[in-house]
Design a protein. Structure first.
Length: 174
């Protein structure tokens, strides 16, 4: 039986990532890099957050943004330090497993998977809601209706357009 760290993760597992990482394809196309960069920089989350938080908290939302920036910076520094100590693939899912054990690693891995799966639908919804005003002005077709406290809901046409946008997000144009 090999030695393990304080969370029960075998030390051999921490040090033997080189074989699994060597099988990874280490290339991205220009289009893939462009979309990863744009998606990382300009996601719809910060725009939806302003809409929802502004409706609830008003100008006090700025204080929440400052507190969030501080907390996220601490989290980013932890990932940066762990990444420099163990420079291997799968950091977002692998580092919590290595640093906090099986249970938390499992929970965070599933959280990241669910977040990744739902991102495309959220981005499609954002595109349709942002474009709805322009589409209505240019074509007269309503994609959204006013409703609820924090904005609008999609019409049947808006839902069809958002499904088309999701398909376009998944297509590979080479």
């Amino acid at each position: 039986m090999g030695s393990s760290d304080q969370f029960g993760v075998p030390m051999a597992e921490i040090h033997d990532f080189k074989d699994s990482d060597s099988k990874l394809r280490r290339e991205l196309s220009v289009q893939q890099l462009l979309f990863i960069s744009i998606g990382s920089i300009i996601g719809s989350g910060w725009l939806f957050a302003v809409l929802s938080a502004g409706a609830v908290a008003g100008p006090a939302v700025i204080v929440a943004w400052v507190i969030t920036a501080i907390l996220i910076s601490v989290l980013a520094l932890n990932y940066a330090e762990t990444g420099s100590m163990i420079p291997r693939s799968g950091g977002v899912a692998r580092y919590p497993y290595l640093t906090h054990g099986n249970y938390l690693g499992f929970l965070l891995s599933w959280s990241m998977l669910l977040g990744g799966v739902t991102t495309v639908a959220i981005e499609a919804l954002a595109v349709v809601q942002y474009a709805a005003g322009y589409v209505a002005t240019w074509t007269g077709i309503e994609l959204t209706t006013q409703g609820g406290e924090d904005g609008s809901t999609l019409t049947a046409t808006g839902r069809v357009v958002s499904v088309v946008v999701m398909v376009l997000f998944f297509c590979k144009f080479n």
